[in-house]
Design a protein around this ligand. Structure first.
Ligand code: NAP
Length: 245
């Protein structure tokens, strides 16, 4: 229980990678806010599992692309747990479309959730995160590649990497570290939806370790980045992709 007395907001933790991160942090003693956009039943299930295992968690609905909801997310966390130590900015959506086929709405929605969502949470974190806190933003390994159909999505993640680097300099004086991580293909709905077995196999074979990642592969790096052992790691983007890119 080495994370006792720490409070984490994990955005988008009703499902997928975020759900595993929430459970992993809680299993080490952290109090966790399970944020979600619409899927309350899934968020409640994650909270129930954490509490069943002796941990502390609450579910909080907030669309990260809305300033008032992000403000309320931090407010509820502080009201319930007294402080926020860590912000794990995991919420995100994917878009797999060639640029010529991408609509204005799809482009705006991608940037609103993936980039503005990170911007809004960082803006709150700037004043409301505890000294010595941690921020982990989510990029993607596709920013290291040039894969057709990933134009808009990889552009949102490139923006997240840059927000990460600049924000690290703005809050570093308070001992807060700010990093982004870049998962490779990971076994969640976001990645597998609409992909044939053949495509999944092809993407798996691109990794040095020859498989698709699992959410627990990603949660391990987040655990390291909130731990005391990573205190000198900031302003970095770390790949967690089995050697995919
Ligand atoms: P996922 O399974 O689709 O889960 C997405 C989560 O984000 C859900 O909890 C969802 O909540 C939440 N969410 C979506 N829009 C939101 C909003 N506007 N406000 C708050 N929460 C919102 O996705 P995932 O695969 O776990 O991905 C997590 C992160 O890893 C994303 O940033 C993604 O870009 C990144 N990533 C994933 C992969 C991959 O292969 N899976 C690879 C590289 C990077 P609801 O349940 O309420 O909808």
């Amino acid at each position: 229980m080495r994370l006792q007395n720490k409070t984490a907001i994990v955005t988008g933790s009703s499902r997928g990678i975020g759900a595993h991160i929430a459970k992993t942090l809680a299993s080490e003693g952290a109090r966790v806010v399970v944020n979600y956009a619409s899927n309350q039943a899934a968020a409640d299930q994650v909270v129930a599992e954490i509490i069943w295992n002796g941990g502390e968690a609450i579910a909080v609905k907030a669309d990260v692309s809305k300033a008032d909801e992000v403000k309320a997310l931090f407010g509820t966390t502080i009201a319930q747990f007294g402080k926020v130590d860590w912000l794990i900015n995991n919420a995100g959506i994917a878009l797999y479309k060639r640029i010529q086929e991408t609509t204005d709405d799809e482009f705006d929605r991608s940037f609103n959730i993936n980039v503005k969502g990170v911007f809004l949470t960082l803006r709150e974190a700037a004043t409301r995160l505890e000294n010595g806190g941690r921020v982990v933003n989510f990029s993607s390994s596709v920013t290291r590649l040039m894969m057709p159909t990933y134009g808009t999505y990889s552009a949102t993640k490139a923006a997240v990497e840059q927000l990460t680097r600049v924000f690290s300099k703005e809050v570093g004086q308070r001992g807060i570290t700010v990093n982004s991580i870049s998962p490779g293909p990971t076994n969640t709905e976001l990645f597998t939806e609409g992909k044939s077995e053949e495509v999944l196999q092809r993407l798996a074979s691109m990794a040095a370790l020859g498989r698709i990642g699992e959410p627990e592969d990603i949660a391990g790096l987040v655990l390291f980045l909130v731990s005391d052992e990573s205190a000198w790691v900031t302003a970095q983007n770390l790949g967690v992709n089995g050697g995919f890119a």
